[in-house]
Design a protein around this ligand. Structure first.
Ligand SMILES: Nc1ncnc2c1ncn2[C@@H]1O[C@H](COP(=O)(O)OP(=O)(O)O)[C@@H](O)[C@H]1O
Ligand SMILES: [Mg+2]
Length: 337
């Protein structure tokens, strides 16, 4: 929800980013904001001469009220009005032996990145699923998930999978036989984007930057490789999804540029949790959760020392990537100093 006073602080550019549908409001009211993206809506209105308003048969205060009503109605229509997730909190459940987990509570705030590490089969995907399902002592782990410190209400909970959480899982199965363009058009329509053609173009470009092998709009989604479909889902989530929580399950196995993918997905508005075996991804996070035998065993904050080590790791990743690319294209490798 927004209020009149938000129009004094939010720039028009930010407003359009957050609420793409304001563009149609501006257009319908013949308000040209092209050169005012850095300006607040309030200041934008201030620069009009009173006569201009009269010509347009508009009233400044009324426009502000109308805009706020419009945005809030749209948010509620799109089911986005419950979307302000400031934090999620995980309350302990039990590990695979029924032993209580080794922490009191874990709160993750907006803009935090958390990695989840642990051996295969230890319960990383289970933890992500508990978050996606907003577990309430009703999953094998008996964990409880709070949103903004409270148990999410039933309605909110059932809409979790399509609204609150964007889940990127290991297996992407496309059941429909659509082209990439048709698939993205459907998504863009359901999100009511103003300029679907442009948005779809951006998604495909971003996806192609992530995936090794390029695909185009007319490729059938069923014909995409694992890496390509993964890249498409990531770009789609990053660009179209309004979900405040992003869950990523082992991005590294997908044959995509994972660092780039992460950069695309992470933004200040979101809570990001990712299960990973990749040391660089594990250390990019602010904290990491160590899973052992189905339970949260430890929560470690990434310290300064590890951030230095991360730089070294990223350097090594670059070398490995380059060698991989050269081997793939049939070159032979020489020793590097
Ligand atoms: N605390 C738990 N209690 C009971 N079963 C669990 C628990 N944690 C995980 N599991 C189960 O263990 C199996 C492996 O977990 P999974 O999350 O797939 O591991 P990972 O993603 O780390 O490879 C799954 O069937 C999962 O439901
Ligand atoms: Mg898993």
């Amino acid at each position: 929800m927004i209020e009149i006073k938000d129009l004094e602080v939010m720039t028009i550019g930010d407003m359009e980013k957050k609420y793409p549908f304001v563009l149609s409001f501006l257009e319908n009211n013949k308000l040209d904001t092209t050169n005012f993206k850095e300006t607040t809506f309030n200041d934008y209105l201030e620069q009009f001469h009173p006569d201009e308003f009269e010509e347009l048969a508009l009233d400044k205060e009324q426009i502000k009220k109308n805009l706020v009503v419009f945005v809030n109605q749209m948010l509620s229509f799109l089911g986005m009005d419950k979307d302000t997730v400031e934090s999620i909190t995980i309350l302990p459940g039990v590990d695979k032996n029924g032993k209580r987990e080794n922490f009191d509570e874990l709160t993750i705030n907006k803009s935090e990145i958390i990695s989840i590490v642990g051996p295969t089969g230890s319960g990383k995907s289970r933890l992500l699923a508990d978050i996606e399902w907003a577990a309430n002592k009703d999953t094998p782990t008996m964990r409880t998930l709070l949103v903004n410190g409270e148990i999410p209400d039933h309605g909110n909970r059932f809409s979790t999978s399509n609204k609150m959480v964007a889940q990127l899982s290991q297996n992407m199965n496309f059941v429909m036989d659509l082209s990439v363009r048709e698939f993205l058009e459907l998504h863009a329509q359901s999100r009511m984007v103003e300029n679907p053609g442009e948005v779809i173009q951006r998604i495909v470009e971003a996806a192609n930057e992530l995936a090794g092998e390029k695909f185009d709009m007319d490729t059938p989604v069923t014909g995409l490789s694992g890496g390509q479909s993964r890249a498409l889902m990531i770009a789609d989530t990053a660009i179209l999804s309004t979900s405040p929580i992003v869950l990523i399950d082992e991005i590294e196995n997908a044959g995509i540029d994972r660092k780039r993918a992460l950069n695309l997905l992470v933004n200040e508005e979101k809570i990001v949790l990712m299960a990973t075996h990749d040391p660089s991804l594990a250390l990019i996070a602010d904290k990491r959760i160590i899973i052992k035998n189905g339970g949260i065993h430890k929560i470690i904050e990434t310290d300064e020392n590890e951030k230095v080590i991360l730089k070294d790791l990223e350097q090594m990743d670059l070398i490995i990537n380059e060698m991989r690319a050269r081997l793939r294209s049939g070159e032979t490798l020489e020793k590097i100093d």
